[in-house]
Design a protein around this ligand. Structure first.
Ligand code: F6R
Length: 241
């Protein structure tokens, strides 16, 4: 595992952005694994700026998102479909049918999980997966206790995850209780992983990740089984390391 120490959120985003742009330039038909939330926003801003200024093209790039809430339509501003359009896809030349996000409104959700796994296989797997981490160590929406052999599945969100994410909603009640997420084994199937960690709120989780044991009680610890993980963290997140 490689650790890149950065001063702050902006520098973390810049370092991650430079790695991704370099990968796309060497492999223009890269399959990118994408995350939502506050962590990758600065990275997405960097990719947009680079696309506008340096012309990096995403015409052949494919993307696969980690997760989506169940029960929110794709037009709902809190859905991850909406987030990705607003914060990235609408500003790049990526073609819409190359972008993939689990469908949390599918009629048959079990079938949707199977479809998504099949899709990832058909794409030849994810080349580079971007991850954030939850304060409880979740990756994607794989909450503590999730099997390391899990594939795309339906999850009940932990109460502390719903509380953490309620900042985007009008109230806690509005935060969905369930989601579809790529499983731990699906994530570990990526050829390379970039884990971004920023802010003091994540300092304990990062400490546990770096120094704790590998256990299903702390989902991110599964990443230690992967041979190509780069952690990019800022000074606040690295407070205890
Ligand atoms: C989002 C995702 C989550 C987030 C995590 C951190 O697609 O999979 O695991 O990465 O909840 O969220 P933020 O970045 O908002 O702190």
């Amino acid at each position: 595992m490689r650790l890149i120490r950065t001063e702050n959120y902006a520098e973390m985003s810049l370092e991650a952005g430079k790695i991704i742009v370099e990968k796309i330039r060497t492999n223009p038909s890269l399959t990118l694994g994408l995350a939502t939330g506050s962590t990758p926003k600065g990275l997405y801003d960097y990719l947009i700026q680079d696309h506008e200024q340096n012309g990096t093209t995403y015409k052949q790039v494919k993307s696969v998102n980690l997760d989506e809430y169940i029960g929110l339509q794709t037009q709902n501003p809190n859905s991850y479909h909406y987030f990705m359009r607003q914060n990235l896809f609408n500003h790049l030349d990526i073609s819409e049918n190359h972008t993939h996000i689990p469908n949390g409104s599918a009629r048959d959700l079990e079938q949707e999980c199977l479809r998504y796994e099949q899709l990832i296989r058909e794409l030849g797997g994810v080349d580079l997966q971007i991850l954030g981490i939850g304060q409880n160590g979740h990756i994607g929406f794989n909450e503590p206790g999730t099997s390391f052999s899990s594939r795309t599945h339906i999850v009940t969100l932990a109460e502390n995850t719903r509380e953490a994410n309620s900042r985007f909603f009008n109230s806690l009640e509005e935060v969905p209780t369930h989601a579809i997420t790529m499983g731990i084994a699906s994530i570990l199937g990526s050829k390379e992983i970039l884990l971004l960690v920023s802010g003091e709120k994540k300092a304990e989780a990062l400490l546990k990740f770096m120094n704790g044991e590998i256990s299903e009680d702390f989902p991110a610890s599964a990443l230690k089984h992967h041979e190509n993980v780069t952690v990019i963290a800022d000074r606040d997140a690295l407070k205890y390391i």
